[in-house]
Ligand binder design. Sequence first.
Ligand SMILES: [Zn+2]
Length: 417
Amino acid sequence: MILIGPFRQLLPMTGLSLRGPLSDARLPILKNAGLIVAKGRILEVGGFATLEAKALKSGMDIQHVDGDFTALPGLVDAHTHICFSGSRAADYARRNAGLSYLEIARAGGGIWDTVSRTRAASAETLAALTVERASRHLKDGVTTVEVKSGYGLSVEEELKILRAIREASQSTASDLIPTCLAAHVLPADFRGSSTDYLELLSHELLPAIQKEGLCKRVDAFVEETAFSASEIAPYFTRAKKLGFDLTVHADQFTSGGSALAVKLQARSADHLEASTRQDTERLAKSKVIATALPGATLGLGCAFAPARALLDAGAALAIASDWNPGSAPMGRLLLQAAILGAAEKLSHTEVLAGITFRAAAALGLEDRGTLEKGKQADLVAFPTDDYREILYQQGSLKPVANWTKGIRLSSNKAINS
Ligand SMILES: [Zn+2]
């Protein structure tokens, strides 16, 4: 058992609704607060002086935080593709010179380059690359990272990637949440139709994943250049019957994917840059979490998802990085969330909710995203006594320390055990 604190401000992110707008006036802020952690879980959150008296009485260890620090729940990135090899700097140059994402894809460039390089890499190399990226994310305060497969595009290669993610998760303090995105695009070397490919995934890949316990989530790219909603529907229905959670790459360039997400009660519909008013209203009436991916907007130089409209309609908005080599190479969640907030006029509370408890909900994780009794003790501390500095500085204010399951990863000597 250990007491951590005092934090000048501690944002527990509790008592806030999962859906709809959130005003900063209702954001709970605990001043000079601390928390007691045992076995990786939070036992108590409250005023530091009271908790300290308790700790001294019982002989509990105290981890003092000496400085003006603000604590938040560890950040959750609910959508990434960080298990890949290679770089797509050439595509970025081509795109900025005038070729569109769709044109590059139609010309056979784009994703196939990453697929070839990822197939050529061993599971060990992919695991090491994933650990490296997850570690960088952790330094930015991201303690839970969803990681998709999707650059293998055959039964064996997708299994290799999912095994690499599992191996990576054993070598990092972050929690990696794996997702099968074998339905990313029809592989260029597949002999058959989209339906044939999805049948193969249904009957060979998904049972193999279950046999090895490699992941519990299935994603698909519903788009003109990938799969249509009517092609994906039977694949998703089968995945759901097998017990997988669903998530969808939806409405990135054309509308359609989010309607399927609602129809099949997916956990989340991600992207939504091309969502229509009807789409946002449909999402708002459903239990599907709407996940905006500002990193893809910044990478492609296109529109942001209609985050304000989604919240105003009553949707639950998560914000994720979409870190991937093709369209979102930056991989800086906090920076991107701050920019989305400025562009879409989101309150600080809405932005912070989008990368904490609302993001956790997009992953179906009820044990994190807030700082309260019983939750996993994942937290991040920023060097400020005013939480507003965190988004104001748009990602340039870096955490001084993180705790995952109550264990500290510190880059600042002011925090002592
Ligand atoms: Zn994505």
